[in-house]
Design a protein around this ligand. Structure first.
Ligand SMILES: *Cc1c(COP(=O)(O)O)cnc(C)c1O
Length: 423
């Protein structure tokens, strides 16, 4: 029992048990999706004849790397794309997104951000922040237009239809990222794609799929997107891949992205896999279950903190399309204690105390709790929070549900211990 391993107040344990019991229906739904997606992935492995040889790696040029080429096909089949490029040499999700944008856009083209301002790290790539001459899309003569979300929530379909004829790419961000706007379901992404394509049949619909993979039964490619892009230290790496990213979708577009990642004319045919194939295969195989663990942690955390009197986004009962939840903690003391409690429940670095610091690019201090096997992996239980209104902690991950649940309980315990919650 939990009581014997951790110093958690009996009342907190009771509230947690009640909260967990109330999550039964949501958990059953999550399990169903994980079973469906697990079968989808397994069948992609079988169809593409993944063999023991695929798990080994190449060195040097990497010509004829069977594992690398098979992994691309497995991703493509599971995500409903024609082709994919899955590489440990994508240094992060931003790099994969940047590769896709530079791969597809040319001088004179315009990018339309269809769901408001994209994730922070994209700003310098686009050229809406940073220095002239840095090599942004803007420096290469690529234009940028934006359709904001209405009330910071809903896509502005009229505006998207009006702007689409001017654009080569319609760019959609599925996850909330670190904003308070809702994440976009695959259905809504489909509606945006349909709207953009009706106004401009040539437009390329590109989706930042970070944090979204395997949360629903469908991925955006089956709803009209042409390319999806993500990070392997989030959902599709299953908590096992040590680094990397993917781009998946239309063959001609994947080829352009591959030429951008390596060299024009070489594309996907080069790039040794070193020892990474096995972890990437295994991670993708585990991913539907890992995502289910993260989702259960998220639903539980929301229910539990709702019971403690806090608002969460999404609420515990809301349908998910990514693994992120924000807990609105109302003041700095709560926020600090919450993050420090999460850290105490980490399998790695549990003994360190996270502090708020001035992170480059932010206008307020930021506190981050993460004790992960893979540095910065946010499929593992982690919490980040800028110290400002509305004092929200962005919580994500949990590669196993029991450890995720324990981390969340320890966050509450830390608040309780400091006299911040009355129960
Ligand atoms: C994580 C994330 C990215 C990429 O971030 P990296 O830290 O570079 O992997 C991009 N968009 C969204 C919405 C994300 O959540």
């Amino acid at each position: 029992m939990t009581e014997s391993f951790f110093d958690i107040d009996r009342k907190i344990i009771e509230i947690a048990e009640t909260a967990q019991n109330e999550c039964g229906e949501m958990f059953a739904e999550i399990d169903k999706t994980a079973e469906y997606n697990g079968q989808k992935v397994l069948s992609a492995f079988i169809k593409n004849r993944v063999s023991e040889g695929c798990l080994k790696g190449t060195t040097g040029y990497g010509y004829g790397d069977m594992g690398r080429d098979t992994l691309d096909k497995v991703f493509a089949d599971a995500f409903g794309g024609e082709d994919a490029i899955v590489r440990h040499t994508f240094v992060n999700g931003t790099h994969a997104l940047s590769t896709a944008l530079f791969g597809v856009l040319r001088t004179g083209d315009t990018m339309l951000a269809a769901t408001g301002k994209p994730y922070d790290t994209l700003e310098e790539i686009i050229g809406i922040r940073g220095e002239k001459g840095s090599g942004s899309l803007k420096d290469f003569g690529i234009g940028y237009i934006q359709s904001d979300l209405i009330d910071e929530k809903y896509p502005d379909y009229d505006e998207i239809a009006r702007l689409a004829p001017k654009a080569k790419v319609a760019y959609i961000q599925r996850s909330r990222g670190y904003s308070l706007r809702p994440s976009l379901t695959v259905d809504i992404i489909g509606k945006i794609a349909e709207t953009a394509k009706k106004a401009n049949p040539e437009i390329i619909v590109m989706v930042d799929n970070c944090y979204g993979e395997f949360v629903e039964k469908r991925e955006p490619l089956s709803a009209g997107a042409d390319l999806i892009i993500g990070s392997l230290i989030k959902n599709p790496g299953g908590g096992i891949a040590s680094t990397g990213g993917y781009i998946c979708g239309r063959t001609d577009l994947v080829e352009r992205c591959a030429d951008r990642l390596t060299c024009v004319g070489m594309g996907k045919e080069v790039g040794c896999s070193l020892g990474q194939n096995r972890d990437m295969f295994m991670g993708f195989f585990f991913a539907p279950q890992t995502v289910a663990a993260a989702l259960k942690t998220s639903v539980f955390a929301c229910r539990f903190f709702e019971k403690l009197g806090y608002r969460t986004l999404p609420s515990s009962g809301e349908k998910r399309t990514d693994i992120i939840a924000s807990v609105l903690l109302e003041n700095e003391e709560n926020l600090m204690a919450f993050c420090q409690g999460i850290q105490k429940g980490s399998p790695v670095d549990s003994y360190v105390t996270p502090e708020a610091w001035d992170m480059p690019g932010y206008d307020s201090k930021v506190i981050m709790a993460a004790g992960a096997f893979t540095m910065g992996a946010s499929i593992e239980l982690s919490a980040d929070a800028p110290i400002r209104e509305p004092y929200a902690a962005w919580l994500q991950g949990g590669i196993t549900y029991p450890s995720g649940k324990t981390g969340v309980m320890l966050a509450a315990q830390e608040m309780f211990k400091k006299g911040l919650i009355n129960i």
